[in-house]
Design a binder for this molecule. Sequence first.
Ligand code: COA
Length: 388
Amino acid sequence: MAEVQIYRGLKDVYFDKSAASFIDGSIGKLLYRGYSIHDLAEKSTFEETVYLLLYGKLPTRSELDAFESHFRASRPVPDAILKVIELTQKAHPMDVLRTAVSAMAAYDPEAEDKSVEATLRKGVRLTAQAATIVAAHDRIRKGLKPVPPSNRLSHAANFLYMLFGKEPDPEEAKLLDVDFILHAEHGSNASAFAARVAASTLSDVHSAVTAGIGVLKGPWHGGAAEAVMTMVHEIGTPEKAEAYAHKLIESGGKVMGFGHRVYKAEDPRARHLRDRSKWLGEKKGQPQWFQLLRYLEDNVMAKYRPRGIFVNVDFYAGSIYYLLGIPEDIFISIFAMGRVPGWALQVMEQYRDNILIRPLLQYGGPMDVEYVPIEKRGAPAPPVGAER
Ligand code: COA
């Protein structure tokens, strides 16, 4: 067999061009549509960022007003979807979100329209509705009635309102708004790649977003924020952090919230959440979570920086969600809610100039094995893949 170059995990492989985001992992630089993530985090809103991503430019005041009112009007989900949520309520929130988004196709009049315009409209609808689904699920599983979306509130404020049944503190809502901005798009991450693979077969946007949600769920991708808080609870106090991390790394484990496939410098999104985690911890009278995280970053994990292992976006995110009172198993769903516009945008890009994404695997098994009839196979062989 001819020797081939294998790029395991498609590490460092470019497979297409994109105008969605620019990442320079060596210096920790991230741009959405050319705009610095720092400017967007400090000066924009999630709604404006969604507009920027999907339409490719910053809106004028009247464009943003029109977009926001359309976005807000898109929030309700059909009663049938609430029924689906009721039926699946015991599952993990990401499973419920994935199932509900998939089911939404049955109620979307444009479900099969693959035009870029219809995809954009569906991207807006799904971005708005993902928040409604996540909040409704949490209420339903607690035996509470879902809170209908409010037309007066921003996306982030409305999510907290639907989750807790009361209007949130505006500063806390703004903090979640920033978090959504930071998660909105991120190049060819695993979930966006999955969405693009789905789109490359000319499948529909609901299928692509459903694939994205399924891929995001894993602890090496979106699951890290939840895993960080689990780790923080396990560690308990800063004095125990060094031994905990040492034991974990020695046994081949990874410290959650550190490391990144692309960033070999600090993830530029982390700084916005670091500052806000500190602020929120002090505001809530619970500074200990930030203190422990900061200790881990500066005193325990600093020695891994020369190897390119820095905090990523998830490291401080979990503490913020926790302090906002959001249940820990919803943390990944928060990431998903922010990421829907990124997935939709990449599906639009894929449709615009489609090529089937279909890489190769080098075969590494036996060749030309003789087929033995079943009655002549003798003692049962161990199942395929079992240890021999
Ligand atoms: N803790 C300890 N060591 C880590 C690490 C972490 N969080 N992340 C990477 N490393 C080490 C690896 O063990 C590997 O060491 P080796 O060269 O001795 O084998 C080296 O750094 C390179 O890492 P690698 O696993 O090849 O990087 P990757 O690009 O395949 O993986 C992640 C990137 C994100 C999957 C990985 O860093 C990780 O699992 N991080 C924790 C989960 C997380 O926070 N995910 C959210 C990402 S936004």
